[in-house]
Design a protein around this ligand. Structure first.
Ligand code: CA
Length: 527
């Protein structure tokens, strides 16, 4: 009798596990949780899993070791807000309405969090949002104001805006972990955990300021690029040489004579008050934080005041200052992601959670003399991408497939068992995760950048195509200029091969491919 009772009881439990009162599947149905981690402006060159010589990122490397590292992952439009809109919608900028940072996101359109929410996922976004309109499709959201602040950041919710004491990377992580701890455990979750770092103005955690103090960061070979054959590159205002002495270099206004007259990408004739902007950021530090901050930066201020470097030496000096602060902010991102990975393990969630690490795009760490992004050149076209999904993705694997930020939405929907809406232009990465059928994957990616002449950095509008070996770019609007690169022979993209007879066939094939992609993605001539 007892055995029969136990058996019947087990049957009832099994039944409950499969179906709750609303008829929605429960956690036991194996739908994966999704933890999408995205930082801001984090270059592959600053991740040790990608072979960085600049920094060790042991926690990001954990994701690579337990999952897949993507060698060819690209954005569709290398700038903050448009990248986020593409990630949410699976559509190119001209169709999701967010071509540049001026545009507002139309929150009424289809996004993957909305579709997941409809089928019973608990959805959340924490950290940088930057889409101007309120998040839609989330059960829980706490987002930074605009670009966000490094110290004592303000977080916006449906109810209010709150100043959160602490360092932004830790604050965002605390809120994300709090959401995980308090979530409805009967539902799978989808958490978008978005860091502000390592976005400009690269303000490190005060406890990380001692990193790199006595080290010299190696300079990239193209730091003093002179841009032959690349007029749009030459016209851009994003050179390290022109970085602000105030906000970027963190020099006190009385450490240099007169005003800070560097353009800093703000544009010619700008009215940006550099010193005031910098002091606003610095003054967000608490008195205690300022003690540590000043102990580090005061001697740098003093040295600069007494012995200001000039010419090329000034560029090298700026590069060291920029890189050290950038890398220190990356270190905090890595530390905090470690906390979250450990939480997943301790909470028994690691096995059934897809963990993605990416950035809204790549970044220049001195290549071509630059900081910032925007161009279709490799460093900013590329985005780091590490994904683990135990039982599905082979640990320690690598993919060379040409994937894009278009592909996140369809991939998540696919694994949640939702039909992918026809308007989504990306593809589910399932065949890549499962290492089958990837010969049917795309053989080229399309790119399109719009923010010009308004906005920062004066990067001309351009679009283009990249295959596994070649890249063709067309700069347009106030210029009509083509560039072609052979990435195998010229990975640093220093020699424009457009109209080079040796590349005539390649050029023709790339132009045909470009036209086909523009048609496929519904890019009309004026867009
Ligand atoms: Ca960004």
């Amino acid at each position: 009798m007892l055995r029969i009772y136990i058996c019947s009881f087990s049957m009832i439990l099994l039944f409950i596990a499969c179906d709750n009162e609303q008829g929605e599947p429960t956690q036991q149905d194996q739908r994966p949780n999704i933890l999408y981690i995205m930082s801001d402006d984090h270059a592959e060159q600053a991740i040790s899993a990608y072979g960085s010589q600049l920094i060790q990122t042991p926690n990001l490397d954990r994701i690579a070791r337990e999952g897949m590292l993507f060698q060819n992952s690209f954005v569709t439009n290398s700038i903050c807000a448009p990248s986020r809109a593409t990630m949410l919608t699976g559509k190119f900028s001209h169709l999701n309405g967010l071509r540049d940072n001026r545009d507002q996101f139309d929150g009424s359109q289809i996004t993957f969090p909305k579709l997941l929410q409809k089928v019973g996922y608990q959805t959340a976004v924490v950290g940088k949002w930057h889409l101007k309109t309120k998040p839609t499709g989330f059960d829980f959201w706490r987002v930074l104001v605009g670009q966000g602040e490094y110290y004592q950041p303000r977080l916006v919710s449906d109810k209010d805006t709150t100043v959160m004491p602490g360092y932004v990377t830790e604050v965002i992580t605390d809120v994300a972990l709090d959401f995980l701890a308090k979530r409805d455990t009967t539902k799978p979750f989808c958490l978008l955990y978005h860091h502000k770092a390592p976005h400009r103005s690269w303000m490190p955690h005060v406890d990380d300021l001692d990193m790199y103090v006595n080290e010299t960061i190696p300079e990239p070979p193209t730091l003093f690029d002179t841009y032959e054959g690349r007029p749009a590159a030459e016209a851009a205002d994003m050179r390290i040489a022109d970085m602000f002495l105030s906000g970027d270099m963190k020099l006190h206004p009385d450490s240099y004579p007169g005003k800070d007259t560097n353009t800093g990408g703000a544009g010619i004739g700008t009215t940006v008050d550099r010193e005031a902007g910098w002091l606003n950021m610095y003054n967000r530090l608490t008195a205690e934080q300022k003690v540590k901050w000043d102990a580090h930066y005061d001697p740098i201020n003093q040295d600069f005041k007494e012995n200001p470097p000039q010419g090329k030496e000034l560029i090298s000096w700026k590069y060291q200052r920029y890189m050290k602060d950038y890398l220190r902010t990356v270190k905090a991102v890595d530390d905090q992601i470690g906390r979250v990975l450990t939480y997943l393990e301790e909470a028994g969630l690691a096995e059934n959670t897809i963990v993605v690490y990416t950035s809204d795009q790549g970044f220049y760490l001195g290549e071509h003399g630059w900081y910032d992004k925007r161009f279709m050149y490799e460093e900013s076209l590329g985005m780091p991408l590490l994904i683990k999904y135990p039982g599905v993705i082979e640990p320690g694997s690598t993919s060379n497939a040409l994937v894009q930020n278009l592909d996140f939405a369809p991939t998540f929907l696919d694994y949640a068992g939702i039909n992918i809406p026809a308007e989504i232009q990306g593809k589910s990465m399932r065949p890549i995760f499962e290492q089958k059928g990837s010969d049917t994957w795309r053989d080229a990616v399309y790119y399109h950048y719009y923010e010009y002449p308004h906005g920062w950095h004066m990067v001309k509008q351009h679009y283009g195509v990249r295959t596994d070996r070649y890249k063709l770019i067309h700069f347009y609007n106030d210029i009509d200029h083509w560039e072609l690169y052979d990435l195998e022979k010229d990975p640093q993209e220093m020699t424009n091969r457009f109209d080079d007879p040796a590349y005539a066939d390649v050029q023709m094939q790339l132009q045909e491919k470009l036209s086909a992609l523009r048609e496929q993605y519904q890019i009309h001539p004026e867009k």
